[in-house]
Design a protein around this ligand. Structure first.
Ligand SMILES: C[S@@+](CC[C@H](N)C(=O)[O-])C[C@H]1O[C@@H](n2cnc3c(N)ncnc32)[C@H](O)[C@@H]1O
Length: 308
């Protein structure tokens, strides 16, 4: 299957990063390499781009696609290993970084990966195919309470309780093996009049995907690690696609852009220092034109921070 992914808000991200031709950059979510290639085009021979992806298919495809660039280093790794990846390459500090969170269109459209509620394949949803925990284990082994929590918190699914109960009932007889079986359970768990709010399995699939890939765990920590290795004036751009991710980014950026909070009439006791400045007070969203061309960009939010 062809590796297709249209980079979201490409110009906004690259302009926002203020790429210096001799700078060192990090792309934590390489995917099809749209953002990476745009950065590489701005670098001269003394610049460097280090990229990670936890999906081997993305690494293989994009390393090949960008093979003409000498100053490009791709590592199959979770971006949460940011510090270790940089240490291994003897890179101390960087001039900018980008995280384009979530899954690529290639992962979603490749039915074999089991991310899509449109096909009928084995439940999977692992970004890293070497991981030994997939949607199959989650759906067939988690307790009703745990399933409810995941659907409610990661999917913001109104009918989380019904769906969790029906999953557990269904698997008493047979294992739930396919995406179609899960779609059918969602379909029968949601009352007819609420099905106008989008595909009945959309929120459940989002929730299961986030849980299987532990997408939110440690995001806060890695953002702080990246910022601590940014040179002065260096920038971090983060694209998010749902409110849970965006809330984490917003909270860390707010925390790191807050200076001393003590009563100014007294000496400081909080020892807080402002570390970053948010480049835009509000998140940037995709233009109408882009949303028409690429529906995936409709829910994207871009936040950019600059190290002080
Ligand atoms: C939205 S796509 C990135 C697309 C890319 N910016 C482009 O222009 O083609 C997200 C990619 O990040 C990867 N990914 C998601 N979370 C990751 C993580 N924690 N560590 C490493 N890669 C991750 C996914 O496997 C996927 O390939």
């Amino acid at each position: 299957m062809e590796f297709k992914h249209i980079p979201v808000m490409l110009n906004e991200c690259i302009d926002g990063l203020n790429v210096k031709s001799d700078g060192i950059y990090f792309d934590g979510t390489l995917g099809g390499g749209g953002h990476s290639e745009a950065i590489l085009k701005k670098l001269d021979n003394s610049g460097l781009l280090v990229a990670t992806d936890r999906d081997e298919e993305a690494i293989l495809h994009t390393t090949n696609k960008l093979s003409k660039y000498q100053n490009f280093k791709a590592v199959k790794s979770n971006f949460k290993n940011f510090d270790a990846v940089l240490d291994d390459l003897n890179v101390l500090n960087i001039d900018g970084a980008i995280l384009d969170l979530g899954v690529s269109s290639y992962q979603l459209d490749n039915r074999e990966r089991g991310f899509s509620y449109m096909g009928d394949t084995r439940l999977d949803m692992r970004m890293d195919k070497q991981s030994n925990f997939s949607a199959y284990e989650l759906i067939n082994e988690y307790s009703e309470e745990k399933l409810f929590y995941i659907l409610k918190v990661f999917g913001e699914e109104k009918f989380a309780q019904n769906i969790a109960k029906n999953i557990v009932n269904e698997r008493k007889n047979n294992k739930i093996e396919t995406t179609k079986q899960l779609v059918d359970i969602c379909d029968k768990s949601i009352p007819y009049k609420f099905k106008r709010d989008g595909h009945p399995a959309k929120k459940t699939f989002q929730a299961v995907r986030i849980a299987v890939n532990e997408e939110l765990d440690g995001l806060d920590t890695v953002i702080r690690q990246i910022i601590s290795r940014l040179n002065k004036g260096g920038r971090l751009a983060i694209l998010t696609f749902h409110s849970l991710e965006d809330r984490i980014v917003k909270t860390v950026f707010k925390d790191l852009s807050t200076a001393c909070i003590c009563d100014k009439r007294f000496p400081c006791v909080c020892n807080r220092k402002q570390i970053i400045e948010e480049v835009n007070k509000k998140p940037i969203t995709a233009s109408e034109e882009e949303c028409l061309l690429n529906s995936r960009s409709k829910c994207a939010k871009l936040r950019i921070a600059e190290k002080l």
